[in-house]
Design a protein around this ligand. Sequence first.
Ligand code: PLP
Ligand code: COI
Length: 340
Amino acid sequence: MSNKIDIDWENLGFSYIKTDLRYVSVWKDGKWDDGVLTEDNLLHISEASTALHYGQQCFEGLKAYRRKDGIVQLFRPDQNANRMNNSCKRLLMPEIPVEKFIDACKQVVKANDHFVPPYGTGATLYLRPFVIGVGDNIGVKPAPEYIFCVFCVPVGPYFKGGMKPVNFTIADYDRAAPHGTGAQKVGGNYAASLYPHELAVKRGFADCIYLDPATHSKIEEVGAANFFGITHNNEFITPNSPSILPSITKYSLLYLAKEYLKLDVYERDVLIDNIDEFKEAGACGTAAVITPIGGIEYKEKLHVFHSETEVGPITKKLYDTLYGIQLGDVEAPQGWIVEV
Ligand code: PLP
Ligand code: COI
């Protein structure tokens, strides 16, 4: 274990770095054990684990932020715990008590304190909790045992350039089915997204945007982030659909846009054929934070919003408010911040 690390915080991307300690807890005979921190980043599991064959697994993503005063804080970890439990329920996996989830995250952050990027570098510590079905099993049925793990990685921007606008193209594929698991954070949705993502990147786009799987007429997700748009009347709009992942960032923005920026906010259908109702658009998520959308390619035409190079003024205000809260520079709504 190293206490001195040599990381170029300002130039971090979104890549795996092995940190010192991760948390592992096992569910067996109907209950979770107390969990331990371990230096071992390898899991030794049965070849017949349901996570490997039938996708019985889910994950989360949240971040730890170092404030100006040096204290480290988590942003709304209870929301991640609730969403993980919703994913667990959908895949017949045992739920994690919310306090256990938050305690595991805190333990991992504390144990890897020197990997929490310094304030002002633009980097943060990304936490990846996950649950997998393990143990010997061959039929399509829930696993006999489960592992809950939380590891962490210091990261920079998910989309290259951070607050610089990037372009997206509309995918010809779906990431989820109309009544499938789009609203749960399960690996299968991401496996389905790898190929369309690759096609988009090869054509020079940051990622692809998914339309609703039933009618292919409404915007759903922006790769691994939610969509929002600002109308010409300064309304904050974000899609409403049962196959979108309920983004914690998106619900935070709905609140901040209304209460801090005094905008009218709506969750409603966003028709791709009506995309010029927006003067600004963005992708939002834990990894993406807020990434301005320069343009969207649809039917061989690029529709540009505010600009392909400059962030729009309302998107910038939303970013400053959200990131300011996450860094402890702006007062947070009650209950949003948990100090480590
Ligand atoms: N949509 C998808 C498909 C995601 O993977 C993520 C990332 O978590 C999001 C949206 C954003 O969700 P959140 O803001 O909770 O990170
Ligand atoms: C997140 O924002 O936490 C995500 O899940 C994005 C990701 C899959 C890297």
